[in-house]
Write a protein that binds this ligand. Sequence first.
Ligand SMILES: C[S@@+](CC[C@H](N)C(=O)[O-])C[C@H]1O[C@@H](n2cnc3c(N)ncnc32)[C@H](O)[C@@H]1O
Length: 280
Amino acid sequence: MYQSENKPKLTLFGEEISISPEFLRLLEKLRLRIPDSQKRMRETSKFMQTIDFSAQIISHFKKYKKPIKLLDCACGNSYLSFILYYLLTEIYYKQVRIIGVDVQENLIDKCNKISEEMNFDGLEFHCADINNYSPKDKIDGIYALHACDIATDYAIAKTINLKATAGFYASCCHRQISSQVLPEKSPFISELLRNTPFKEKVGAFITDTTRQLLLEGFNYRTKIFEFTPVRWTDKNIMLKAELVGKPSLTPKINAYYTFISKHQLKSILSNILKTSLDQD
Ligand SMILES: C[S@@+](CC[C@H](N)C(=O)[O-])C[C@H]1O[C@@H](n2cnc3c(N)ncnc32)[C@H](O)[C@@H]1O
Protein backbone atom coordinates (compact mmCIF):
# COMPACT_ATOMS: atom_id res chain seq x y z
CA MET A 1 0.00 0.00 0.00
CA TYR A 2 2.89 2.41 0.72
CA GLN A 3 6.67 2.50 0.36
CA SER A 4 8.87 4.10 2.93
CA GLU A 5 11.80 5.59 1.04
CA ASN A 6 13.26 9.09 0.98
CA LYS A 7 10.58 10.32 -1.38
CA PRO A 8 7.09 9.32 -0.21
CA LYS A 9 5.26 7.02 -2.61
CA LEU A 10 1.77 5.70 -2.46
CA THR A 11 0.40 2.62 -4.19
CA LEU A 12 -3.19 1.38 -4.39
CA PHE A 13 -4.04 -2.05 -5.84
CA GLY A 14 -0.38 -2.40 -6.91
CA GLU A 15 -0.31 0.84 -8.92
CA GLU A 16 1.57 3.95 -7.97
CA ILE A 17 -0.66 6.95 -7.21
CA SER A 18 0.70 10.27 -8.40
CA ILE A 19 1.12 12.66 -5.50
CA SER A 20 -0.07 15.93 -6.95
CA PRO A 21 0.47 19.39 -5.39
CA GLU A 22 -3.30 19.44 -4.77
CA PHE A 23 -3.08 16.18 -2.78
CA LEU A 24 -0.19 17.59 -0.72
CA ARG A 25 -2.21 20.78 -0.11
CA LEU A 26 -5.12 18.65 1.15
CA LEU A 27 -2.82 16.68 3.47
CA GLU A 28 -1.41 19.91 4.83
CA LYS A 29 -4.88 21.22 5.62
CA LEU A 30 -5.75 17.94 7.34
CA ARG A 31 -2.37 17.83 9.11
CA LEU A 32 -1.70 14.35 7.74
CA ARG A 33 1.52 12.96 6.36
CA ILE A 34 2.52 10.25 3.91
CA PRO A 35 5.04 7.94 5.63
CA ASP A 36 8.60 8.86 4.72
CA SER A 37 10.24 8.04 8.01
CA GLN A 38 9.42 6.65 11.43
CA LYS A 39 8.94 10.16 12.79
CA ARG A 40 5.55 11.76 13.43
CA MET A 41 3.78 8.40 13.61
CA ARG A 42 0.46 9.92 14.67
CA GLU A 43 -0.06 11.86 11.45
CA THR A 44 1.16 9.01 9.28
CA SER A 45 -0.84 6.30 11.06
CA LYS A 46 -4.11 8.22 10.59
CA PHE A 47 -3.20 8.66 6.94
CA MET A 48 -2.50 4.95 6.45
CA GLN A 49 -5.74 3.91 8.18
CA THR A 50 -7.71 6.15 5.84
CA ILE A 51 -5.86 4.83 2.77
CA ASP A 52 -6.51 1.20 3.77
CA PHE A 53 -10.16 1.91 4.64
CA SER A 54 -10.59 3.82 1.34
CA ALA A 55 -9.16 0.86 -0.58
CA GLN A 56 -12.04 -1.32 0.63
CA ILE A 57 -14.65 1.21 -0.51
CA ILE A 58 -12.91 1.89 -3.83
CA SER A 59 -12.65 -1.84 -4.50
CA HIS A 60 -16.43 -2.19 -4.12
CA PHE A 61 -17.33 0.86 -6.27
CA LYS A 62 -14.49 0.71 -8.85
CA LYS A 63 -16.72 -0.73 -11.58
CA TYR A 64 -19.68 1.57 -10.85
CA LYS A 65 -20.64 3.55 -13.95
CA LYS A 66 -23.26 5.77 -12.22
CA PRO A 67 -22.44 8.64 -9.84
CA ILE A 68 -21.67 7.20 -6.38
CA LYS A 69 -23.39 8.53 -3.26
CA LEU A 70 -21.81 7.80 0.08
CA LEU A 71 -22.62 8.58 3.71
CA ASP A 72 -19.86 8.90 6.35
CA CYS A 73 -21.44 8.26 9.78
CA ALA A 74 -19.69 9.97 12.72
CA CYS A 75 -17.18 11.63 10.39
CA GLY A 76 -15.36 13.67 13.10
CA ASN A 77 -12.41 15.40 11.40
CA SER A 78 -13.36 13.52 8.22
CA TYR A 79 -9.83 12.53 7.22
CA LEU A 80 -11.28 9.44 5.58
CA SER A 81 -13.92 11.28 3.54
CA PHE A 82 -11.44 13.90 2.30
CA ILE A 83 -8.89 11.29 1.18
CA LEU A 84 -11.56 8.99 -0.28
CA TYR A 85 -13.16 11.88 -2.20
CA TYR A 86 -9.78 12.87 -3.65
CA LEU A 87 -8.93 9.30 -4.69
CA LEU A 88 -12.33 8.56 -6.22
CA THR A 89 -12.55 11.82 -8.20
CA GLU A 90 -8.90 12.54 -9.12
CA ILE A 91 -7.43 9.05 -9.44
CA TYR A 92 -10.43 6.92 -10.45
CA TYR A 93 -12.36 9.69 -12.27
CA LYS A 94 -15.64 8.87 -10.55
CA GLN A 95 -18.57 11.20 -10.06
CA VAL A 96 -19.03 11.19 -6.31
CA ARG A 97 -21.16 12.81 -3.66
CA ILE A 98 -20.11 12.22 -0.05
CA ILE A 99 -22.08 13.45 2.95
CA GLY A 100 -20.38 13.40 6.35
CA VAL A 101 -22.50 13.53 9.50
CA ASP A 102 -21.39 14.19 13.07
CA VAL A 103 -22.88 15.68 16.24
CA GLN A 104 -19.95 18.07 16.77
CA GLU A 105 -20.81 21.39 15.13
CA ASN A 106 -17.27 22.84 15.37
CA LEU A 107 -15.83 19.87 13.43
CA ILE A 108 -18.58 20.06 10.81
CA ASP A 109 -17.90 23.79 10.25
CA LYS A 110 -14.16 23.10 9.95
CA CYS A 111 -14.74 20.28 7.44
CA ASN A 112 -17.11 22.38 5.29
CA LYS A 113 -14.50 25.15 5.24
CA ILE A 114 -11.74 22.79 4.03
CA SER A 115 -14.08 21.30 1.42
CA GLU A 116 -14.84 24.79 0.08
CA GLU A 117 -11.17 25.78 0.04
CA MET A 118 -10.34 22.62 -1.91
CA ASN A 119 -13.28 23.18 -4.33
CA PHE A 120 -14.61 19.72 -3.51
CA ASP A 121 -18.13 20.34 -4.86
CA GLY A 122 -19.43 16.87 -4.06
CA LEU A 123 -18.27 16.74 -0.43
CA GLU A 124 -20.46 18.25 2.28
CA PHE A 125 -20.93 17.90 6.01
CA HIS A 126 -24.00 18.10 8.24
CA CYS A 127 -24.32 18.46 11.99
CA ALA A 128 -26.76 15.75 13.14
CA ASP A 129 -27.15 12.59 15.14
CA ILE A 130 -26.78 9.73 12.63
CA ASN A 131 -29.82 8.05 14.09
CA ASN A 132 -32.02 11.03 13.13
CA TYR A 133 -30.36 11.93 9.84
CA SER A 134 -32.28 11.20 6.62
CA PRO A 135 -30.48 12.02 3.38
CA LYS A 136 -32.66 13.33 0.56
CA ASP A 137 -31.06 11.17 -2.13
CA LYS A 138 -30.56 7.43 -2.53
CA ILE A 139 -27.35 6.37 -0.82
CA ASP A 140 -25.16 3.64 -2.38
CA GLY A 141 -22.66 3.07 0.41
CA ILE A 142 -22.33 3.82 4.11
CA TYR A 143 -19.21 3.79 6.24
CA ALA A 144 -18.22 4.46 9.84
CA LEU A 145 -14.60 4.60 10.97
CA HIS A 146 -14.21 4.43 14.75
CA ALA A 147 -17.75 5.64 15.49
CA CYS A 148 -18.32 5.44 19.23
CA ASP A 149 -20.14 2.40 20.67
CA ILE A 150 -23.73 2.22 19.34
CA ALA A 151 -23.04 4.92 16.71
CA THR A 152 -21.76 1.99 14.60
CA ASP A 153 -25.12 0.25 15.13
CA TYR A 154 -26.88 3.40 13.93
CA ALA A 155 -24.69 3.31 10.80
CA ILE A 156 -25.70 -0.33 10.25
CA ALA A 157 -29.37 0.61 10.71
CA LYS A 158 -28.97 3.36 8.09
CA THR A 159 -27.41 0.85 5.68
CA ILE A 160 -30.38 -1.50 6.05
CA ASN A 161 -33.12 1.14 6.09
CA LEU A 162 -31.69 3.11 3.14
CA LYS A 163 -31.10 -0.19 1.29
CA ALA A 164 -27.48 0.79 0.55
CA THR A 165 -25.56 -1.71 -1.57
CA ALA A 166 -22.58 -1.74 0.79
CA GLY A 167 -21.51 -0.89 4.33
CA PHE A 168 -18.02 -0.62 5.87
CA TYR A 169 -17.59 -0.35 9.65
CA ALA A 170 -14.56 -0.39 11.96
CA SER A 171 -15.65 0.11 15.54
CA CYS A 172 -14.04 2.23 18.18
CA CYS A 173 -15.50 0.78 21.39
CA HIS A 174 -18.17 -1.80 22.22
CA ARG A 175 -19.58 -0.67 25.56
CA GLN A 176 -23.21 -1.71 25.13
CA ILE A 177 -22.54 -5.42 24.57
CA SER A 178 -19.26 -5.63 26.56
CA SER A 179 -21.10 -4.55 29.73
CA GLN A 180 -23.38 -7.59 29.29
CA VAL A 181 -20.56 -10.11 28.89
CA LEU A 182 -20.53 -11.50 32.44
CA PRO A 183 -18.76 -14.59 33.89
CA GLU A 184 -22.02 -15.96 35.34
CA LYS A 185 -23.63 -15.91 31.89
CA SER A 186 -20.68 -17.62 30.18
CA PRO A 187 -19.49 -20.48 32.46
CA PHE A 188 -17.10 -21.96 29.85
CA ILE A 189 -15.00 -18.80 29.74
CA SER A 190 -15.76 -17.34 33.18
CA GLU A 191 -12.07 -17.33 34.33
CA LEU A 192 -11.07 -15.49 31.18
CA LEU A 193 -13.69 -12.78 31.78
CA ARG A 194 -12.12 -11.81 35.13
CA ASN A 195 -9.46 -9.92 33.14
CA THR A 196 -10.62 -6.54 31.83
CA PRO A 197 -8.60 -6.58 28.57
CA PHE A 198 -9.88 -10.07 27.72
CA LYS A 199 -13.46 -9.11 28.64
CA GLU A 200 -13.22 -6.11 26.31
CA LYS A 201 -11.91 -8.28 23.48
CA VAL A 202 -14.65 -10.89 23.95
CA GLY A 203 -17.19 -8.02 24.08
CA ALA A 204 -15.81 -6.71 20.77
CA PHE A 205 -16.00 -10.15 19.10
CA ILE A 206 -19.58 -10.67 20.31
CA THR A 207 -20.66 -7.16 19.26
CA ASP A 208 -19.31 -7.52 15.73
CA THR A 209 -20.83 -11.01 15.44
CA THR A 210 -24.32 -9.69 16.35
CA ARG A 211 -23.88 -6.98 13.71
CA GLN A 212 -22.71 -9.50 11.13
CA LEU A 213 -25.67 -11.84 11.78
CA LEU A 214 -28.15 -8.97 11.58
CA LEU A 215 -26.76 -7.77 8.23
CA GLU A 216 -26.81 -11.35 6.89
CA GLY A 217 -30.47 -11.57 7.93
CA PHE A 218 -31.12 -8.61 5.60
CA ASN A 219 -29.43 -10.26 2.61
CA TYR A 220 -25.96 -8.77 2.96
CA ARG A 221 -22.86 -10.91 2.35
CA THR A 222 -20.41 -10.08 5.14
CA LYS A 223 -16.75 -10.39 5.99
CA ILE A 224 -14.82 -9.53 9.16
CA PHE A 225 -11.08 -8.94 8.72
CA GLU A 226 -8.11 -6.70 9.58
CA PHE A 227 -8.37 -3.80 7.13
CA THR A 228 -5.02 -2.29 8.14
CA PRO A 229 -1.96 -3.54 10.04
CA VAL A 230 -2.10 -3.15 13.80
CA ARG A 231 0.84 -0.71 13.68
CA TRP A 232 -1.50 1.91 12.19
CA THR A 233 -4.31 1.28 14.69
CA ASP A 234 -5.24 -1.46 17.15
CA LYS A 235 -8.89 -0.82 16.20
CA ASN A 236 -8.28 -2.46 12.86
CA ILE A 237 -11.20 -4.88 12.50
CA MET A 238 -13.57 -4.14 9.64
CA LEU A 239 -17.05 -5.54 9.13
CA LYS A 240 -17.85 -5.27 5.43
CA ALA A 241 -21.37 -5.88 4.10
CA GLU A 242 -22.38 -6.17 0.45
CA LEU A 243 -25.97 -6.56 -0.65
CA VAL A 244 -26.67 -9.76 -2.58
CA GLY A 245 -29.85 -9.49 -4.63
CA LYS A 246 -32.76 -7.52 -3.24
CA PRO A 247 -32.69 -5.82 0.16
CA SER A 248 -35.13 -7.85 2.24
CA LEU A 249 -35.49 -9.73 5.48
CA THR A 250 -34.59 -13.41 5.03
CA PRO A 251 -34.90 -16.54 7.23
CA LYS A 252 -31.18 -16.06 8.04
CA ILE A 253 -32.32 -13.56 10.66
CA ASN A 254 -33.05 -16.53 12.93
CA ALA A 255 -29.28 -16.95 13.41
CA TYR A 256 -29.23 -13.43 14.92
CA TYR A 257 -32.12 -14.21 17.29
CA THR A 258 -30.53 -17.53 18.34
CA PHE A 259 -27.18 -15.85 19.03
CA ILE A 260 -28.50 -13.01 21.18
CA SER A 261 -30.79 -15.36 23.08
CA LYS A 262 -27.94 -17.88 23.70
CA HIS A 263 -25.76 -15.09 25.14
CA GLN A 264 -28.70 -13.32 26.86
CA LEU A 265 -27.89 -10.02 25.12
CA LYS A 266 -29.90 -6.84 24.74
CA SER A 267 -28.71 -5.10 21.61
CA ILE A 268 -29.81 -1.76 20.13
CA LEU A 269 -29.86 -3.70 16.86
CA SER A 270 -33.02 -5.51 18.02
CA ASN A 271 -34.84 -2.14 18.35
CA ILE A 272 -33.58 -1.21 14.90
CA LEU A 273 -34.85 -4.50 13.53
CA LYS A 274 -38.26 -4.02 15.13
CA THR A 275 -38.61 -0.45 13.72
CA SER A 276 -37.57 -1.66 10.30
CA LEU A 277 -40.17 -4.49 10.42
CA ASP A 278 -42.90 -2.09 11.62
CA GLN A 279 -42.18 0.21 8.64
CA ASP A 280 -42.57 -2.60 6.05
C1 LIG B 1 -13.48 8.53 17.52
S1 LIG B 1 -14.30 9.73 16.58
C2 LIG B 1 -14.05 9.11 14.94
C3 LIG B 1 -14.15 10.20 13.92
C4 LIG B 1 -13.75 9.82 12.49
N1 LIG B 1 -14.66 8.88 11.90
C5 LIG B 1 -12.32 9.37 12.41
O1 LIG B 1 -12.08 8.18 12.18
O2 LIG B 1 -11.42 10.19 12.60
C6 LIG B 1 -16.00 9.36 16.90
C7 LIG B 1 -16.97 10.43 16.39
O3 LIG B 1 -18.30 9.91 16.54
C8 LIG B 1 -19.16 11.04 16.71
N2 LIG B 1 -20.47 10.51 17.16
C9 LIG B 1 -20.73 9.70 18.21
N3 LIG B 1 -22.03 9.38 18.28
C10 LIG B 1 -22.63 9.97 17.21
C11 LIG B 1 -23.96 10.00 16.71
N4 LIG B 1 -24.95 9.34 17.32
N5 LIG B 1 -24.22 10.71 15.58
C12 LIG B 1 -23.22 11.39 14.94
N6 LIG B 1 -21.93 11.40 15.38
C13 LIG B 1 -21.64 10.69 16.48
C14 LIG B 1 -18.38 11.89 17.69
O4 LIG B 1 -18.82 13.22 17.72
C15 LIG B 1 -16.95 11.73 17.13
O5 LIG B 1 -16.63 12.77 16.23
